[in-house]
Design a protein around this ligand. Sequence first.
Ligand code: ZN
Length: 170
Amino acid sequence: MAEPRFFCDDHLWRLARWLRAAGIDTAWERAIEDGLLVERARAEERTVLTLDRGIAARRNVDVRLLPSHDPVEQLRFLCEAYGLDPLARAFTRCPMCNGVLTEAAPDQVEVPERVRSCCDRFWQCDGCGRTYWHGDHVRHMRARFETIRGGDAGRPPGPTSPERPSRPAR
Ligand SMILES: [Zn+2]
C-alpha cells in the first residue's frame, strides 16, 4: 500500500504536528474553509482527517473520521488503521511546515550554546529553514511513538479494532 498522505482539518493542528514528527506527509492550514480543504485534499490526493461529521459525510473525497480528541490517541488510531510505524521515519519532517529535514553540518547552524553542548547533530527544514536537534522534546516524542508501536501494551483493554481504510472509487 502506498504511503498515505493526510490533510488535517483546521482544528487538528496538534495531530498534524505529531504526524509530521513521525515523518508522515501531512498538510494543515490555519482557518481553511471546509470546501477549500476538500478541494485541496482532492487535488493533492490526501485523506482528510477530521472530528467533524459534516466533513466526514462528504462523498467526493477520501475522509477519515477520528474517534478521539486526544492527538496521541488519534495518531495511534491512524497507525493501526494504515499499518504505519511511527518510528520508521520519525523526525524527518518539520512539525511546523511539513518540509523535509536535511542534516546540516554543526558549523552551518545557529543554535544556543546550551544546545551545542548537548547535541552534535543538527537538521534543517527545506521549507521554513528552522533548525532541529534531538533534545528532550524528541526523546519525549520517541517514547510516545514506542508506546504506540508497542500496540496493546500500556493501553487499557477494550474493543478497539479499527476498520481497514477504505478508498473512494475512482
Ligand atoms: Zn519547516
